[in-house]
Design a protein around this ligand. Structure first.
Ligand code: AHG
Ligand code: MN
Ligand code: MN
Length: 338
């Protein structure tokens, strides 16, 4: 039979759409310490929920998904409708696959036992980050951490399965619903970013092997907090300003972190007189972003300790949080020591 080689010179007629998230996950499966395919499936489940949430968010203002839900969550914060919708979407997606035995969510008081004690993984999630930005069409996000359960498979889920140090994460990531929807994740071998192509319904690799600049020129803090915080932090901010750094604060941690990852910068949410541990939640927000930060060459600290080394004592524990370009976070730690 006569054959011909595949013609590669068709670029100007049909551009290359690139690598889909699915294909990428599959190609990386062998990198996982326990390559059974379950973690891959779990990541796909998260990506599916992210697409659905992205769709709901893009309709906010048209459909009845904006505004308050009418309940106060365990964080003492008023839940927005989209907080609850995102919580349902992610929980449902994680229930279907069978890989997960328990979920802990910023929006739920207690651990959700999925009655699937054979599931190897525990997921911690902030389903919708930046709730105050939902109704004003500003970027919001989702943050997730994946752990292996530590107690024997088949036995009831225990506290030690969910209260693990951040350094035990087997994967973590975030979704940013911004000018485009992006998913960034890591399984501990660097981090990669994928942009959602809505018309095709697929995430495509757009930011391979992300790296955070070691230095940066952006500081990100709610400066309304200044009368209530350690004056050393103010000295640090003054030194940033003297060096010509810019202030940038969106008020959605995911979006603020993502910008600083790409451009170089530091995000600060310190302890205040009212909130001794600041605002950011260790298990749902800090750990996942700290994991990503370290994977891209950045750093995350509570001012003294590496975030990923903190032993969580309770589910909804908060922590002062400083994350970003390594030299900036190091300098802040030094200033705090003085
Ligand atoms: P969430 O919407 O999940 O409750 O998180 C909001 C967090 C974080 O995203 C953001 O950086 C910070 O709270 C904003 O807090 P302030 O309003 O105090 O600046
Ligand atoms: Mn949040
Ligand atoms: Mn949230």
């Amino acid at each position: 039979m006569k054959t011909q080689p595949y013609k590669q010179d068709t670029q100007n007629l049909a551009y290359n759409v690139g690598v889909t998230l699915d294909r990428f996950i599959k190609s990386k499966q062998e990198d996982f310490p326990f390559a059974s395919g379950e973690l891959s499936q779990l990541l796909r489940d998260i990506a599916l929920a992210a697409k659905i949430v992205s769709r709901e968010i893009s309709r906010a203002g048209l459909s009845d998904v904006t505004g308050a839900f009418g309940q106060i969550n365990v964080q003492g914060e008023e839940q927005q409708k989209l907080d609850v919708i995102a919580d349902v979407r992610f929980t449902r997606a994680l229930t279907k696959g069978g890989e997960v035995c328990a979920i802990v969510s910023e929006e739920e008081d207690l651990v959700i036992d999925l009655q699937n004690s054979k599931g190897k993984y525990v997921v911690a999630i902030d389903p919708l980050d930046g709730s105050s930005n939902i109704d004003v069409n500003v970027s919001i996000g989702t943050v997730f951490s994946i752990y292996r359960r530590v107690t024997p498979s088949g036995s009831p889920i225990q506290e030690e399965d969910v209260l693990q140090k951040g350094r035990e994460q087997v994967a973590a990531g975030y979704v940013l619903y911004g000018s485009s929807t992006m998913l960034v994740y890591s399984t501990g071998n660097g981090a990669n970013g994928f942009t959602y192509e809505r018309s095709l319904g697929e995430f495509f690799l757009s930011h391979p092997d992300l790296k955070m600049p070691e230095d940066g020129n952006i500081f990100t803090m709610n400066e309304g907090l200044t009368p209530m915080i350690n004056p050393n932090i103010l000295s640090y901010l003054e030194s940033c300003k003297r060096q010509g750094a810019s202030a940038r604060y969106i008020g959605s941690l995911v979006a603020d972190f993502h910008r600083n990852l790409l451009k170089g910068g530091i995000y600060l949410y310190p302890a205040t007189n009212q909130a001794k541990n600041g605002k950011i939640r260790l298990i749902y927000e800090a750990n996942a972003l700290a994991f990503i930060a370290e994977q891209v060459g950045g750093m995350a600290s509570d001012g003294k300790n590496r975030i990923l080394d903190i032993q969580p004592e309770s589910l909804h524990q908060r922590t002062p949080f400083f994350i970003g370009s390594t030299n900036m976070v190091k300098k802040l730690e030094e200033v705090l020591k003085s």
